[in-house]
Design a protein around this ligand. Structure first.
Ligand SMILES: [Zn+2]
Length: 460
């Protein structure tokens, strides 16, 4: 429902109150006051002076996007390693424009400034379908959150660390520390204010929310993009809450000095600081190195670590959360090799993913989840800009596999036809998935590829 309809509906009830406008809430005067308040509150909560204190500014989406570009450029090689160096600025600009249109506040470490993006404030009322979110209370909450970033930068040079990170995995884990700590301090401050706990809960719902007007395939794509920010904000907050509960002293200093390097540590705080941070898994490097070599002439390769976060992203709300939780119980780890053509990275993609589970039964459960997910997508993508127009399911002949599924789909992506072959096998305690997108492949080739991975995993 759009804002206008919602407001109109409220007008017919006795509960109708006129929602304030962004221009009434965010003024030169209110920014000064709200920022000065936030400074005092964050200093008192953290016990650390914010020196130098940040300045504050009402800014347009374009100005914030420009500030974001400089921050994003060093992150692009981690997020898109196969992109040539001269394409990084354009990629950063594209991302910055996307974010700039949906951010409400932004701490810019380069200039020690908190930007208040008044142009976007109307979205507060639309996004979560709650017009009362467009309020001074939400503005107050947003500025506290940004002030914690300013505090972490003054105390720990937190934003300088980004340029020292080596992989996307480290970057996502570090983002969860930055956003998780900002949410942690914000929640503690609000808990002491009247109605603050409820405001914080409302504020949490804005993160990763997709505006109600967006539907079908576009909605799915936005949900995918948003799930990483949900991980950073929600799971990052849970990480700090768990460390506090464990009774650990000085855990904030400790985490900023020696941050977790993997996403699964954020999801399992008990693994933080242990020499062996997760369950031991089979080293897949010999297999992936050989697969990379085979196609090295024409394809760029990138290795992506799989964690529970990727599964949450992939499943979204297509299957019940309990099923996902059940399937992830026995999850030990996984990696996906992503191959893209050197001459035109956007043309096609080949994925080879392997997940290691606790035992054969757990691998079967994950296989079933993936199989059902594929079918749920057929239903979900019947309409919209991205449509699945045809799906055929068969099986593969793979020695040693308990179950296999071989799906061939035809997609319509904004008028362009794309063929996808997505095949999965459960082999002992592993699942193997091979996907060819817009790259022709014969069943025999897929079978040979899956067999090769299966033989490697079983030590043959
Ligand atoms: Zn933040």
């Amino acid at each position: 429902m759009n804002r206008l309809l919602l407001t109109a509906a409220f007008a017919f009830t006795s509960l109708f109150v006129r929602a304030e406008s962004a221009e009434e809430i965010v003024t030169e005067e209110s920014v000064k006051r709200v920022v000065a308040e936030a400074l005092k509150l964050v200093e008192a909560e953290t016990g650390a002076k914010i020196d130098p204190a940040p300045s504050a500014k009402i800014a347009g989406a374009k100005e914030v996007a420009a500030a974001l570009v400089e921050e994003l450029i060093p992150q692009i090689p981690l997020l898109q390693p196969s992109l040539p160096e001269d394409g990084r600025r354009a990629a950063a600009e594209q991302m910055a424009n996307l974010f700039g249109a949906s951010l409400f506040g932004k701490f810019a470490p380069g200039t020690n400034t908190i930007y208040v993006v008044r142009d976007n404030f109307h979205l507060l009322g639309d996004t979560a379908g709650q017009p009362d979110l467009l309020s001074l209370a939400t503005f107050h909450t947003i500025v506290i959150h940004e002030m914690v970033h300013a505090s972490d930068h003054a105390r720990f040079k937190a934003f300088d660390r980004i340029s020292t990170l080596k992989t996307a995995e480290e970057l996502h884990a570090w983002n969860a520390i930055l956003e998780g700590h900002a949410q942690y301090v914000t929640s503690r401050i609000l808990a002491r204010e009247e109605g603050g706990a409820a405001h914080f809960e409302q504020f949490e719902r804005i993160v990763g929310a997709v505006p109600p007007g967006v539907t079908g395939g576009e909605r799915m794509v936005l949900e995918l993009l948003n799930s990483l920010s949900r991980f950073a904000y929600h799971d990052g907050l849970a990480f700090f809450n768990a460390l506090e509960k464990s009774g650990r002293k000085n855990f904030v200093e400790e985490v900023f000095r020696d941050p977790p390097k993997r996403k699964d540590v954020i999801l399992h705080p008990e693994r933080y600081g242990k020499p062996d941070e997760g369950p031991a898994t089979k080293d897949l490097a010999p297999l992936f190195d050989a697969l990379k070599k085979d196609r090295a002439e024409e394809w760029n390769a990138q290795l992506v670590t799989l964690s529970e976060v990727e599964f949450k992203t992939a499943v979204g709300n297509l299957l019940p959360a309990e099923r996902l939780a059940e399937a992830l119980k026995g999850f030990h780890g996984g990696q996906t090799l992503v191959l893209t053509p050197k001459d035109n990275p956007g043309r096609a993609m080949i994925l080879i993913g392997i997940c290691e589970m606790e035992d054969e039964a757990a691998a079967g459960t994950l296989f079933d989840l993936n199989a059902d997910l594929g079918k749920a997508k057929d239903e979900k993508f019947k309409t919209g800009g991205i449509r699945i127009t045809e799906s055929k399911y068969g099986e593969l002949k793979v020695e040693g596999a308990a179950k296999t599924i071989d799906a061939r789909k035809t997609l319509d992506v904004n008028g362009q036809t794309v063929k996808l072959r997505d095949s999965i096998a459960a082999v002992d305690r592993w699942t193997i998935e091979v996907a060819f997108s817009n790259e022709p492949v014969k069943k025999k080739e897929v079978e040979a590829l899956v067999q090769r991975a299966a033989d490697f995993l079983r030590g043959k």
